[in-house]
Design a protein. Structure first.
Length: 565
């Protein structure tokens, strides 16, 4: 299990746990769990829960269980289970031998349901789902009793056994708790405990045709595993009285449910249902598309587990919902990669440069620093020759004010190389597009410094044309064009705010030759361009595909500096 490097800041959950330890509430134990539903891939919001639950367990020298809430076989897949396990491990956490499933407890859950029936606390209802909603009432109107609420214990037990035996069609009957149809809390108005679902389960096959609802299965699963602190997101706060009611009526070991604010991130959505919609409708290439806010998507984009853990620690734990600026997440990955990512030079949109006064067959090996933040990374050799590539955008024939890059008659510095001056511009005769620059160089300026003290304002990255490698580069931007695509006031479907420029694929890129044999999954800072990740799926021998993790611009750092000033 990942060990925390420093003492985390206090929060209300830690305060509760510290008090429970002090009063010996659970004999000094602290046992948590992460209980995902295997109906989709995990997103960055789940990362916060993973870090919190596994982190608290590690902090107090205890353990955290991984338990799949697999109570709805119609939406669950083995693919989702395996992806969740992979994501938790990638984040740096280990459940060791404590992998559980709600389906492990199906027989026990059934026995608990029977126990409530025999106590007169549960009944079989024949109302349809629509009728149940109608009878439930609203926040301002009380509910009313189902006409089947008065069935005898014997009849309810007989019907429930027959439900299990498969005698009834899907949706024809449910088992409901008998609590209070006029309760101010809608969750206490005779909630459904079991429904009929003729679906094959990934673990139990066709053994069951009735499946427990989340509220019923979850609290009993927590109890069976002797969880001490059942930590969940704020939308379950109104469900806590039901959590307590089931455990109290069944006289079971009673964990404490604690709610915290879920993570909402700007410029994205945090709903597996909506993310699945994007996948199924082809708006993205899959759950691991680097545009997606899934953990696997961030992993494929080049994020590190350390940066995500750091992000989750920084945003903290609160009791009030809010939207976190995605700029903070981007800042965390920049901060991490700045220290660990080696530098390299790449040209994404090549423009040919010929240095006319450079010897035609000469090749120099120039010294380049691998990472100025870490001297231990050393340096590398990069070839310099007569024909180079620079970025198209680093040249302007009629430069505006404050354009300090290359222009006719202007001198710039080449990173680790020489000063060069643009002498001639070659254009395509048909389109008028600039296709080639002819320049001169000053051999006295090797290393990028002038012996006569003259200065230039622009420094450009470049690659040698004869030595560069071909590469494909994917440039990613934010998935949506608005900070809150779910804002109901805007009155539009969230997909209407998808960013059409969220992915741009460049196929004619050039990278320096030192990247020839790099490992899949390597991370680099392309100088002046951002941080990039070698795609481990689409790259292969002789084919380099880079995903841009994040740009070099750091809007969050600017926000912090402004607030400090």
């Amino acid at each position: 299990m990942f060990a925390k490097e420093s003492t985390p800041p206090s929060n209300f959950i830690r305060t509760i746990i510290e008090e429970d330890i002090k009063t010996n509430k659970y004999n000094g134990r602290v046992v948590t769990r992460f209980p995902p539903e295997p109906n989709g891939y995990l997103h960055i919001g789940h990362a916060k829960s993973i870090c919190l639950n596994f982190g608290l367990a590690a902090e107090y020298g205890s353990h955290c269980n991984l338990r799949f809430d697999d109570t709805n076989p119609s939406k669950e897949e083995i693919e989702y289970i395996e992806s969740i396990k992979s994501d938790v491990r990638w984040l740096g956490f280990d459940w060791e031998d404590r992998l559980y499933y709600a389906s492990d407890y199906f027989e026990k859950l059934y026995e608990c349901a029977v126990q409530l029936i025999k106590k007169g606390k549960a009944y079989v209802d024949d109302l349809s789902a629509e009728e149940i909603r109608e009878y439930r009432g609203t926040l301002t109107q009380p509910g009313k009793d189902s006409p089947y609420r008065g069935r005898s214990v014997e009849e309810n037990f007989d019907l429930f056994q027959r439900m299990r035996a498969g005698e009834f069609k899907d949706g024809s009957r449910v088992l409901r708790a008998k609590i209070d149809m006029v309760s101010a809390n809608l969750n206490m108005r005779d909630p459904v405990m079991y429904r009929i679902l003729q679906a094959t389960h990934h673990r139990t096959g066709d053994k069951w045709c009735i499946y427990p609802m989340y509220d019923f299965a979850h609290c009993i699963s927590d109890s069976i595993e002797k969880i001490t602190h059942s930590i969940c997101t704020l939308e379950f706060e109104d469900h806590r009285p039901l959590y307590d009611w089931f455990l109290n009526e069944l006289n079971l070991y009673h964990p404490q449910q604690i709610e915290f604010a879920r993570l909402n991130l700007s410029y994205t959505v945090m709903s597996k249902r909506k993310l699945l919609e994007l996948v199924k409708e082809g708006h993205v290439s899959g759950w691991d598309d680097p545009r997606m806010p899934t953990i696997s998507g961030f992993r494929r984009r080049g994020y590190t587990p350390e940066s995500i853990r750091n992000f989750c620690e920084r945003i903290g734990v609160a009791k009030r919902d809010s939207i976190v600026d995605v700029a903070l997440l981007e800042h965390c990955i920049r901060e991490d990669l700045n220290k660990r990512a080696p530098r390299a030079m790449a040209v994404l949109r090549p423009l040919k440069v010929v240095i006319d006064n450079y010897p035609e067959n000469q090749v120099e090996e120039l010294e380049a620093i691998n990472n100025p933040e870490d001297p231990n990374m050393g340096s590398r050799k990069i070839p310099f020759s007569r024909v180079l590539y620079i970025e198209e955008e680093d040249f302007c024939e009629a430069p505006p004010k404050k354009f300090f890059r290359l222009a006719p008659g202007r001198e710039v510095r080449l990173r680790y190389g020489y000063y060069i001056k643009c002498e001639k511009v070659v254009k395509d005769e048909k389109t008028g597009q600039v296709v080639e620059l002819h320049c001169s160089y000053d051999p006295r300026t090797k290393g990028g410094w002038s012996p006569d003290g003259r200065k230039v304002k622009g420094t450009l990255h470049w690659v040698s044309a004869d030595h560069s490698l071909d590469a494909q580069v994917r440039l990613y931007e934010r998935l949506f064009v608005t900070a809150n695509p779910l804002d109901e006031k805007q009155g539009l479907d969230f997909k209407s705010y998808l960013n059409p420029n969220a992915l741009q694929t460049l196929t004619s890129c050039k990278v320096e030759p030192s990247l020839k044999n790099i490992a899949l999954g390597s991370r680099y800072q392309f100088e002046r361009l951002g941080y990039f990740y070698v795609d481990p799926i689409d790259s292969s021998e002789g084919k380099l595909v880079f995903n841009r993790t994040v740009t070099l611009r750091d809007s969050w750092a600017k926000i912090v500096r402004k607030s400090e000033n």
